[in-house]
Design a protein around this ligand. Sequence first.
Ligand code: NAP
Length: 302
Amino acid sequence: MLPFSRVAIIGLGLLGSSIARAVRQAMPTVRMTGHDASAEVREVARRIELVDDVADTPGAAVIDADLVILCVPVGAMEAVATVIADDLPAEAIVSDVGSCKASVARALSAVLPPARVVPAHPVAGTEKSGPESGFATLFRGRWCIVTPLAESDASAVERVSAFWRRLGADVEQMTPDHHDLVLAVTSHLPHLIAYTIVGTADDLETVTQSEVIKYSAGGFRDFTRIAASDPTMWRDVFLSNKDAVLEMLQRFSEDLSQLQRAIRWGDGDALFDRFAKTRAIRRSIVDQGQDDAAADFGRRHD
Ligand code: NAP
């Protein structure tokens, strides 16, 4: 039996459009409605027939849904939840895909019945945005972290988990706070570092921009992919997960100072030990199927 039969997606960008495509493939009988704040995005969604019905207002999109998934930037979650509250059917479950969970859990439960709220975060994405960048296999073999509130109904949690399993994801449960700590180090800090490095290279005066671009295969290029991620989304992530990010940043600065010291004092053993440890971490990520082992990050050279 399908976990849901009428799904409403609010926000039809990368995540929302990927969910729509994945639902079409995995659960073709599910009726889907969608809404996006941008008239241009709604127009594209209609043209590519992303969902069965594109509504001009969020309220019209959710009116007969049994699952509503909010796929908007984290900072817009509360506003959307407030707007749909009056049109939401009493039995509907509301979930989301936001990259931070404690702030979203608070925002949603402030305006919606907490028993029906089941926040979640599919740990899958790309640096692209918009309805045409989504694809049906985005969640396959990736983790979806479901972060129920203390008040979330157990059967609602199970149905949301079953929904994500149908889309090909492996589901794990955590509290919203624990999720935010884990993601601060695995996702938010790496993005902050990439934004910093790419910015630093841009500010250099003694090395020209054309040299930076020409010799980028030395490592810089891989940071530029992450640093090309959506500015609105990432602004909201850092503002919403402030405490956990600041904590991880503090630890990172201390570790960086240790490496700086090892370089200054010519302590090759310290550098070698650290690099050997990190190489083993890379190996376990590949072994667990979370990345490609192909040389040069799987880039094609033909
Ligand atoms: P996206 O491609 O930019 O799509 C977001 C869409 O939501 C945009 O079309 C945006 O329209 C629309 N929107 C903004 N405010 C809205 C509102 N109040 N009502 C209705 N629609 C609204 O972004 P995304 O990558 O799909 O990210 C969506 C969510 O997924 C975020 O919460 C993010 O943290 C989470 N997430 C992202 C990734 C990733 O790698 N990208 C991975 C996992 C989770 P405008 O463009 O006009 O603002």
